[in-house]
Structures are given as structure tokens and as C-alpha cells.
Write a protein that binds this ligand. Structure first.
Ligand code: DGL
Length: 272
């Protein structure tokens, strides 16, 4: 049995890469719904419908453990899917918001935390709700929607002057709302591709800010999950393979995936 990993597009590859570094022995099936990305500007109903289709497809391929390597899907669709659409004895679906939130308290000194995410993740308030569950009265959380970042990355424009403009714009807006932020969550799996530009901006500003990228956190959290769920772990096949599937054209995925992965990949096209 393979571990299913899903994202609206390429962002989940930043998570998959870290998971495979941490847990190389397992077999993975990656599904990118590139034809319908980005999800981050869509409504709850559409994100839920698309995510459920992806979960059902991965399940039909034999996955019994699926990681939603997408904050937007985790924020908008995960809870409904867990509560209404799946039988936990047969299928487990995990997200990326909860493990990310758990990493926050250890990093912040001022208690001022910034969340950078898609408009859908911001409007879901998932990060606010999950951080509130930590019952840490010290935390003051400010969100910033970054609607242009995913389209820039999906179109390979993240090194361009346009990307610099929008990194500057959203970070200025966030820090204008709270100048004391010392911990920044990259609450979208695409955003690590803008990390250099984000760090450059923070360095110019001259303050010390911890930036949380999700790959390592999600990988550690999955390793921990498997150590606590021997029944699932023992059912996983261990040949160290990864199969890539896209709803876009295979050629386009192959070209663009090279921005996210160190080696070329074989990919197959499917349609929902
Ligand atoms: N990579 C996804 C996330 O983590 C969303 C990108 C999108 O489709 O808008 O939110």
C-alpha cells in the first residue's frame, strides 16, 4: 500500500521531498490537480468537492493513508471529509495545518506570529482556530493573504521582478499590521519557493524573524504518526518508489516539477 500525497498543484512536492528524505523506504503516490489550481482563491464548496474527488481517486488506487499536502485543502476540506466522507477504519486523511501550528510556541519569543497563506486558508481562520487550541494566551496572531504568490510560482515567475514586487507588498502589509512579529508561518506549500526573496526582505528590514517552512515539520509528524499506528505502518509497501500523477498535461508537469525536485520525474495524466 502506497502513501497518497495530494496538492492542488506543485506545492505539495515541497512536502513530499522532505517526507521522502525522512521516510525513504515507503512507496508514494503524488497527485497534483494542476489543471484546476490554484485552489486558494476558490469557495469552500469547490475546494471541498475537488479535494474529495482527489481523496476518492487516491483511495481507488489503494491508498489507505493520504496526506493533504495543501494548506487550502487542509483548512477548507479536511475536517468535513474526516467527519462525513470516510471510514477511519479504512482510510486516514491527514493535513498540514495542525503539525505546523504545534511548532509555533517553541519558536516565538515575543508571542507575535504572522501567517502567510492563500485567501481561502486565511478566510477559513484554521490557523487562528488551531493556534487558539494551544491555549497559549501569549500568542497574538496576524494573517496575511497572498493571492498572487501561487499563480506566480505555478507559472514559473517566482524569480522575476514581479515576484519581488508581490513579496514586498504582502510582507509590508503584514508587518504594518504588527511590527513585533518574530515568527512567520509559510502557510502554503508553494511558498518555500519564495523563501530566498522572503529572507532577503526580512534581512533588509534588520529584525530577527523565524520562518516556518512546513516540509520538515510534516515529515516528522508523519514519522511520529506511523510510529503510533503500527497497523497502518505494517500495511505500507516498502520499495522506495514514487509515482506522479497530474490532471494537467504530463509534459507540462514534468517541466515544471523540475523547479521543485532535484531530479526529473515520470508522470501520468488523469482526468476527473
Ligand atoms: N499549495 C496549496 C496550499 O498549501 C495551495 C495553492 C493553491 O492552489 O492556491 O495552500
Amino acid at each position: 500500500m502506497k502513501i497518497g500525497v495530494f496538492d492542488s498543484g506543485y506545492g505539495g512536492l515541497t512536502i513530499l521531498e522532505k517526507i521522502r528524505e525522512r521516510l525513504p523506504q515507503y512507496d508514494y503516490l503524488y497527485l497534483g490537480d494542476n489543471a484546476r489550481a490554484p485552489y486558494g482563491t476558490r469557495s469552500f464548496e469547490v475546494i471541498y468537492e475537488y479535494t474529495l474527488q482527489a481523496v476518492r481517486w487516491l483511495e481507488s488506487q489503494g491508498c489507505r493513508l493520504i496526506i493533504l499536502a495543501c494548506n487550502t485543502a487542509s483548512a477548507k476540506a479536511l475536517r468535513t471529509i474526516q467527519q462525513h466522507d470516510i471510514n477511519p477504519d479504512k482510510l486516514r486523511v491527514l493535513g498540514v495545518v495542525r503539525p505546523t501550528v504545534e511548532a509555533v510556541p517553541a519558536l516565538t519569543q515575543t508571542g507575535h506570529v504572522g501567517i502567510l497563506a492563500t485567501p481561502a486558508t486565511v478566510s477559513s481562520e484554521s490557523y487562528l482556530l488551531e493556534l487558539a487550541k494551544l491555549k497559549n494566551p501569549q500568542l497574538i496572531v496576524t494573517q496575511q493573504a497572498c493571492p498572487m504568490w501561487v499563480p506566480l510560482i505555478e507559472s514559473g515567475e517566482h524569480f522575476s521582478a514581479g515576484a519581488e514586487f508581490f513579496v514586498n507588498k504582502y510582507l509590508c502589509e503584514l508587518f504594518a499590521k504588527d511590527a513585533q512579529i518574530d515568527t512567520l508561518v509559510l502557510g502554503c506549500t508553494h511558498y518555500p519557493l519564495l523563501l530566498d526573496k522572503i529572507m532577503e526582505w526580512l534581512n533588509c528590514r534588520g529584525t530577527c524573524v523565524s520562518v516556518i517552512s512546513q516540509g520538515l515539520i510534516v515529515a516528522d509528524s508523519l514519522a511520529d504518526y506511523l510510529s503510533r499506528h503500527a497497523d497502518i505502518e505494517q500495511a505500507l509497501s516498502q520499495n522506495g518508489t514514487c509515482t506522479y500523477i497530474t490532471t494537467e498535461s504530463a509534459d507540462k508537469f514534468r517541466d515544471s516539477a523540475s523547479m521543485f525536485l532535484s531530479k526529473p520525474v515520470e508522470v501520468r495524466h488523469i482526468e476527473f
